[in-house]
Design a protein around this ligand. Structure first.
Ligand code: HEM
Length: 267
């Protein structure tokens, strides 16, 4: 059996795949959360829409996206497989179950937490990612006054009110009116799509519940990934513990949860 086949079939190989893909997905979440902070910018969604264009057209990011989709699949299915194997290895359970004394509850619930996150990802990608790529998101036209920085936006429609499209992902032109330069930007209005989706309290509730699952899953998962890779050293362990707790279990889920709550309650 080649090392490659062994990697996919042995328990330790599967643990390594889960750890490596998990750490990669954690990095993605940091980038995704920081990028999405542009939703909070008071510019009618222009920065967020241009960021989405960049993320879906830059060749390097597009390549990383394919690795991301594969990682989600491998992580979910190998992770669930490992959880199932652990369960099957102990079908009658211990005579005395005292999980609390041996491990944190998050470590015993990784399969359940991961499943909640997987359901969330399917709903989430169907709402935004698939809609952006394959749906019919209307275009928006921004007019930015290059002297004052003021931004106005309007739907990109013809005289009869029908939505117009452009061949490229974004079109930018500079025009002059009364001696003042304006930048016209036409692009898909994903921001409006996000704002509309988060007007639905049930969807917002799903997001908030899913972010608790993300926080608890990463609280155990991030440090456990390092452990599996053998990157366990007294000098670095406090930093890993700090990142697991504060960055991955608190800041990232709270930042994500703030987005749907902002659109529902404030915007
Ligand atoms: C709650 C706040 C969130 C918002 C507002 C948000 C927004 C978006 C949007 C608008 C897209 C499509 C953009 C594009 O294709 O460029 C997207 C893609 C995606 N999101 Fe989120 N997201 C959030 C949280 C999350 C979380 C918590 C996860 C994972 C657990 C996640 C996983 C993904 C994935 C995997 C994609 C596809 C990325 C790609 O194609 O490269 N998102 N998100």
């Amino acid at each position: 059996m080649s090392w490659f086949t062994r990697m996919f079939t042995s328990t330790i190989g599967q643990k390594l795949i889960v750890a490596l893909t998990g750490l990669f997905l954690s990095t993605f979440l940091v980038v995704h959360m920081v990028g999405n902070l542009q939703l909070f910018k008071d510019d009618q969604g222009m920065s967020f829409n241009l960021y989405s264009v960049f993320m879906t057209s830059n060749p390097l990011i597009k390549t990383v996206s394919y690795i991301l989709y594969l990682s989600i699949l491998f992580h979910a299915f190998k992770g669930l497989h490992l959880a199932y194997k652990n369960l099957k290895a102990r079908p009658v359970g211990y005579a005395v179950v005292n999980g609390k004394a041996n491990s944190h509850w998050t470590s015993r619930s990784m399969g359940v937490l991961g499943t909640i996150i997987l359901v969330f990802i399917v709903v989430h990608m169907n709402d935004f990612w698939a809609e952006y790529k394959f749906g019919h998101i209307p275009y928006v036209q921004y007019e930015e006054n290059l002297q004052t920085g003021e931004i106005k936006s309007k739907p990109y429609i013809d005289e009869a009110g029908n939505p117009k499209t452009i061949a490229k992902k974004v079109e930018e032109t500079i025009i002059s009116k009364d001696g003042i330069d304006y930048k016209l930007t036409i692009t898909k209005d994903l921001y409006a799509e996000v704002a509309e989706a988060f007007n639905n309290p049930l969807l917002v509730l799903l997001y908030v519940i899913a972010m608790f699952a993300v926080g608890f899953h990463l609280f155990h998962g991030f440090k456990s990934g390092f452990q599996t890779l053998g990157l366990n050293h007294p000098r670095y362990n406090p930093a890993i513990q700090f990142l697991s707790t504060w960055v991955f279990a608190v800041i990232i889920p709270a930042g994500f949860a703030a987005m749907p709550l902002y659109f529902l309650l404030i915007k």
